[in-house]
Design a protein around this ligand. Structure first.
Ligand code: NAD
Length: 327
């Protein structure tokens, strides 16, 4: 098969590219390297099955040809990371909405299969123990930039659904919950790499808000396995949650990172105002109901949170090539 991955030099995209190539597929990656990194592809960059294109999906001329030549497109390119979203909502909306629109339009000619990455952020401020795909969504007001990410991804979902209904374009959507693992950068606000890096450097771990907010962290390899299982199923405009349902508060995550890394770091609490912007809103709990994807594919995550943390700690330790003098 010939697979196209937009955003394939990013964190999730690079694991997906590796796995597709391991399974003998040809893979074309389009990435503008805004948050991605060519080093993410270092294990496959010389593989003849990989074609890497340093381009921007918003303006590349031959996007339509590339999509038409592909058997399936994994559309992952997006403006990602709370820091970027809060600081640059125009860029966020443009990248996420126009990018998806261009990919969907390009797919029409050959009715190419498209799998679009959405996010658990679309559940917004809804208050439920486990979110399921049919739930109503409660997004905050446009005066709060942080919602521009959720809203742009949600518009992507509406676009996908409309392209399926009106043009029978074979498209599915995955709502990814917190996806973590080696290679993820803490640069744009992702919590686990931020905590691990601080712990390894013997610095305090900054917990935003009360730390009582809970999340579920799924290993990127589990997520990729799920995405590939879904790729073999019917593409019929459906939405699927993908995530772990091991719930952990951010405060407890910080403690587990410190313990697993053997660090002597402490924990400090910062208000959201201090961390992001006045009036920044966060959701208290976010856990997926994964029964829909499990019923279709039999998938469930394999990695426990402790295994995931250990994996990320190893990655950052080896990356730095030294152990912090703080231990
Ligand atoms: N990591 C998570 O926890 C998570 C959770 C929910 C949803 N997602 C979604 O999964 C997808 C992948 O996220 P990720 O965590 O790997 O982030 P990432 O930032 O590592 O990957 C996004 C990639 O898209 C590229 N990109 C951005 N704009 C582009 C453009 N205009 N043209 C070409 N390439 C462009 C970036 O350079 C980057 O490589 C995104 O769509 C994101 O919204 C991720």
């Amino acid at each position: 098969m010939h697979c196209l991955i937009t955003g394939g030099a990013g964190f999730i995209g690079s694991y997906l590219a590796e796995e597709l190539i391991n399974r003998g597929n040809r893979v074309t990656v389009i990435d503008n390297l805004s948050t991605g990194n060519i080093h993410n592809l270092s294990s496959i960059i010389r593989n003849p099955l990989l074609n890497f294109l340093h381009s921007d999906i918003l303006n590349m001329q031959n996007l339509k040809d590339l999509v038409s030549e592909s058997d399936i497109v994994y559309h992952l390119a997006a403006a990602v990371g709370v820091d970027i979203v809060v600081k640059d909502p125009v860029y966020t909306i443009t990248t996420n909405v126009k990018g998806t629109e261009r990919v969907l339009e390009a797919a029409l000619e050959n009715k190419t299969k498209i799998l679009v990455a959405s996010t658990s952020e679309v559940y917004g401020k809804s208050n439920k123990n486990f979110f399921s795909e049919e739930d109503d969504l409660l997004i905050g007001p446009p005066t709060h930039s942080r919602w521009s990410y959720a809203c742009s991804k949600l518009l992507d979902e509406f676009y996908c659904s409309a392209f399926y209904k009106e043009y029978k374009l074979p498209v599915n959507i995955v709502r990814l919950f917190n996806t973590v693992g080696p290679r993820q950068t803490g640069k744009y606000g992702m919590v686990l790499p931020r905590f691990v890096q601080a712990a390894l450097e013997g610095k305090d771990l900054n917990v935003f808000g009360t730390g009582k907010q809970t999340r579920c962290f799924c290993h990127v390899r589990d997520v990729v396995r799920c995405v590939l299982a879904l790729s073999e199923k019917e593409f019929n405009g459906q939405v699927y949650n993908i995530g772990s349902n091991e719930i952990c508060s951010i405060e407890a995550l910080a403690r587990r990172v410190i313990s697993i890394s053997g660090s002597t770091s402490g924990i400090v609490y910062k208000s959201y105002n201090e961390a992001y912007a006045p009036g920044f809103e966060d959701m208290l709990h976010r856990a997926p109901d994964i029964s829909k994807i499990k019923k279709l594919t039999g998938w469930e995550p394999h990695y426990s949170l402790d295994n995931i943390i250990a994996d990320v700690v190893d990655y950052y330790r080896n990356k730095k090539g030294r152990i912090s003098p703080a231990f």
